[in-house]
Design a binder for this molecule. Structure first.
Ligand code: GRF
Length: 189
């Protein structure tokens, strides 16, 4: 049984979806949820779901090996970023090279990079009058949203769509595809 760690900074609806997907899965389980925000709703979800969780600060993440050590002690095989807003330090990337994936709520390389998260992305997509948007699942490297793309899925944007409507469509794509792609990757480990 492979072990998955999920990092999230916010609400954690993708985290919950991934936890539930793997609950009845022979290949893997989510065994820990980590957040850089101690009041993030994802930590409440973790408790409700019965998954151990921890929060950490900048010092822990960037100037100590606390997080890498925790992942190693827990025997984590795969790291999933699901709405995690901090840049991942090189030490973590080195340890989990090719085993850290992120989801971005747009069709990268469009609408990626620093500051392009949450509603900022969907506001920009609507402002630019895009006719389609989507999700990108990609490997994580040391720069925001620049790792190799693993999977993309598209959804159409109608002229009358508000950013909130676009966000909703994108979230549904995320729920549908993210766990399955993680499962596929884990199957190759
Ligand atoms: C998702 O749209 C994800 O693509 C982005 O942040 C959002 C997180 O949503 N990176 P949630 O916390 O999983 O509800």
């Amino acid at each position: 049984m492979k072990r998955i760690a999920v990092f999230a900074s916010g609400s954690g609806s993708n985290t919950e979806n991934i936890v539930k997907f793997f609950r009845n899965n022979d290949l893997a389980r989510v065994t820990i949820i980590l957040s850089n925000k101690k009041d993030a709703y994802v930590l409440e979800r973790a408790q409700q779901l019965g998954v151990p969780s921890i929060s950490f600060n900048r010092e822990d993440f960037y100037n100590s090996n606390k997080i890498v050590r925790t992942l190693e002690e827990q025997g984590i095989d795969m790291v999933v970023l699901a709405g995690f807003l901090w840049l991942v330090p090189q030490s973590l990337i080195d340890k989990y090279d090719g085993r850290i994936v992120n989801i971005h709520p747009a069709l990268l390389p469009k609408y990626g990079g620093k500051g392009m998260f949450g509603m900022n992305v969907h506001n920009a997509v609507v402002a630019e009058k895009e006719t389609e948007t989507g999700i990108t699942i990609h490997y994580v490297n040391g720069r925001y949203d620049e790792g190799n793309v693993i999977f993309q899925a598209k959804v159409s944007v109608n002229p009358s769509d508000t950013p909130e409507m676009v966000a909703d469509k994108v979230h549904h794509l995320e729920y549908e595809h993210f766990p399955k792609i993680v499962e596929k990757l884990i199957a190759t480990l």
